[in-house]
Design a binder for this molecule. Structure first.
Ligand code: ZN
Length: 92
C-alpha cells in the first residue's frame, strides 16, 4: 500500500475541519498586527512589520527619556524646596 498523501488526509472530514480551523486562527504579531497564524512568517518579512517594530522601539526610548527627565525634575524641585527653606530660616 502506498503512503497517504495530503489529499488523502484532506478527504477526511475531521482532518479538513481541523485544518480549516487552524488556517483561520488569528494571532497578534509582536508589532501589534493581527493576522492569520499561517501568514505570520510572511507578514514578518514585510516593511509594515519592520516600520511598526521600529516605531514601538522609538516610543519605548522616548518613554524611557521622559521617565529620566521626570526624575531630574523631581530632584530639581526638591533642591528648590530645600533652598527656599534655607532662605526662610536665614530671614528669621
Ligand atoms: Zn508584525
Amino acid at each position: 500500500m502506498s503512503k497517504k498523501t495530503y489529499n488523502d488526509y484532506y478527504q477526511d472530514e475531521t482532518f479538513r475541519a481541523k485544518r480549516l480551523e487552524y488556517m483561520a486562527e488569528k494571532v497578534t504579531c509582536e508589532c501589534g498586527t493581527v493576522c492569520s497564524r499561517v501568514n505570520l512568517p510572511r507578514h514578518q518579512r514585510t516593511g509594515i512589520h519592520d516600520r511598526r517594530l521600529e516605531k514601538s522601539a522609538n516610543i519605548a526610548v522616548i518613554q524611557q527619556n521622559i521617565v529620566e527627565m521626570e526624575k531630574k525634575i523631581d530632584k530639581i524641585q526638591r533642591d528648590i524646596d530645600a533652598s527656599k527653606k534655607r532662605i526662610k530660616r536665614a530671614q528669621k
